[in-house]
Design a binder for this molecule. Structure first.
Ligand code: C2O
Ligand code: CU
Length: 550
């Protein structure tokens, strides 16, 4: 089977196999890259759901926004590196739960790390190590459709498998939640989190090989907020004025149950992307949060499988974006709309001080996500953003010892219609990206497809250097790489440390990465979970620096 796949790939070749659809699109700004792509040849269109929930017709803003509770440590564990020392131990169990996603909808079966969905929030300090025992107490059978033809999802494995990855955490490889280190119901796994990194808006989620998209869709994710003294010194809104907002789209049936679409192909239900018409915030459909006339800090997560979100506020109320994936930006950025691909985060301040008595709706394009109802009263004093937040020195290009050019491309596949690969390789092909510990590399992500792929590297943080569009037709028909225009430097909101980057369609996206932390095997992948499940995921390995002659 593997052989025929390979032969197919080799026979097809990069150019002939290019099947991306959609033509040239604007490549900056709020435009969904995936729109219309389901017509592209080879993409698997989901079978429509006969009786969907009509979420748009539900009364809006009738449920309060749930705020996940904090996780607490209940024990200690031996420190992995310091004999005689201990670290706080958190015990987190995964369960099947019923979630009331809306006042008028029957409870929805979900999987969670706690009593609600999303799971509990970790509120932890940089430099303070901790351990988490993740226990799988899920049922033995999955309630969403497994595709056993996908890599690592073989029918002879336990149906329900989990492993937890703290997205954006700098951890040793054995605690990273590698996809193949899954464990079945009844088992547990203890991971160590040194937290030796800057304050950042991290999150934890399932990463089990072959079924990660289903497990996350079922609800397996939560916030992991890392704080430090530099952030404390800024006096940002906190306590009740700091709220994580997990935004994610789902398809619900008329009974309020999660529907994960299938291809209709017997034995192979995988579809290339999942978009839901119901968008939830912290597990509710169009909830409402009552706010005081003051500034709030929101950590906005895109926990969708595939949808890019463009959060904005009604009435032209701006966000002041202060952070992105890996912590604070160099300075605050006033912006009317955010752009968040799956797994990206925005750390924003919204000042309700002058909005007494008003209702402000959080939108994403035409979707109403939730509403803020501001307490009545006169204008309260305005929040003043600090002029500078954190120094984020630009890594100079000259620091890079290597530039890797890595293709993001779509291929025809006889088993799944199509698949997307990183540099033409599959998950189980030999490791080819082996940066030396502490070395700096430039990764040029050459996206030949018509889709934005959010590319995530485990362990590291990186900076975006630039993006440059190229002529896809010149490439397709003349085998030429013809760049269009100069490289475009990132917008101010992309000048912070990142761990996930939007690789725009028909463009080269260049990032610069220092591979610091630990030796060993990690993962990089597209965070469109359907893509990652079908081979758009690769290992990388940090190796010992070779001795250099002086
Ligand atoms: Cu957000 Cu490899 O994960
Ligand atoms: Cu992708």
């Amino acid at each position: 089977m593997t052989l025929s796949r390979r032969q197919l790939l080799r026979g097809a070749g990069l150019t002939a196999a290019w099947i991306g659809g959609g033509g040239t699109r604007g490549w900056v700004g709020p435009e969904p890259a995936h729109a219309g792509d389901h017509m592209a040849m080879g993409k698997r269109r989901p079978v429509p759901l006969p009786r969907p929930l009509r979420a748009a017709e539900l009364p809006k803003f009738v449920d309060p926004l749930p705020i996940p509770p904090l996780a607490h440590s209940t024990a200690t564990a031996p420190h992995p590196g310091r004999p005689g020392h201990t670290v706080p131990l958190y015990r987190i169990a995964m369960h099947e739960i019923a979630v009331q996603v809306h006042r008028d909808v029957k409870p929805t079966r979900c999987w969670s790390y706690g009593a609600g969905m999303p799971g509990p929030t970790f509120d932890v300090r940089a430099g303070q190590a901790l351990a988490i025992e993740w226990r799988n107490e899920l049922p033995a059978n999955h309630f969403l459709p497994i595709d056993h033809t996908l890599c690592g999802a073989d029918a002879n494995l336990p149906e329900v498998r989990t492993v937890v990855h703290v997205h954006g955490a700098r951890v040793p490889p054995e605690s990273d939640g590698a996809p193949e280190r899954w464990f079945p119901p009844g088992d547990a796994w203890t991971a160590h989190y040194p937290n030796r990194q800057d304050a950042a808006t991290l999150w934890y989620h399932d990463h089990a090989m072959g079924i990660e998209r289903l497990n996350q869709y079922a609800g397996l994710f939560g916030a992991y907020l890392l704080r430090d003294a530099a952030e404390d010194a800024l006096g940002l809104p906190h306590g009740p004025h700091e709220v994580p907002l997990f935004v994610f789209d789902r398809i619900l049936d008329a009974d309020g149950q999660l529907h994960y679409p299938t291809s209709g192909v017997p034995g192979s239900p995988w579809v290339s992307e999942v978009y839901g018409d119901t968008i939830l915030v912290n597990g509710k459909v169009t909830p409402e949060l009552e706010v005081e006339r003051t500034a709030y800090r929101f950590r906005i997560y895109n926990a969708s499988n595939a949808r890019v979100l463009y959060p904005s506020l009604s009435g032209g109320v701006p966000f002041v974006q202060i952070g992105s994936d890996q912590g604070l930006l160099p300075g605050p950025v006033r912006t009317a709309a955010l752009s968040l691909a799956p797994a990206e985060r925005a750390d924003v301040i919204v000042d309700f001080g002058a909005l007494g008595g008003q209702s402000i709706v959080l939108m994403s394009q035409a979707f109403q996500l939730m509403r803020f109802r501001v307490a009545p009263g006169a204008v309260a004093s305005a929040w003043k953003p600090p002029a500078a937040l954190r120094s984020v020195p630009r890594t100079p290009r000259t620091a890079a010892v290597k530039t890797r050019t890595l293709a993001l491309d779509e291929y025809q596949d006889n088993e799944h219609g199509m698949l997307m690969l990183l540099d033409g390789k599959r998950w189980r092909d030999p490791v080819t990206e082996q940066p030396e510990l502490d070395s700096v590399e430039i990764w040029e992500l050459v996206n030949y497809t018509g889709d934005t792929h959010p590319i995530h590297l485990h362990l590291v943080r990186f900076q975006i250097l630039d993006r440059q569009k190229f002529d896809i037709d010149a490439f397709r028909f003349e085998h030429k790489m013809q760049l269009i225009g100069p490289p475009i430097v990132p917008a101010p909101v992309e000048l912070g440390w990142k761990d996930t980057v939007q690789a725009y369609p028909e463009s080269i996206t260049r990032i610069i990465v220092r591979f610091e932390g630990y030796l060993g095997r990690y993962v990089w992948h597209c965070h469109v979970l359907e893509h990652a499940a079908n081979e758009m995921m690769r290992p990388f390995e940090i190796v010992k620096p070779k001795p250099r002659r002086t």
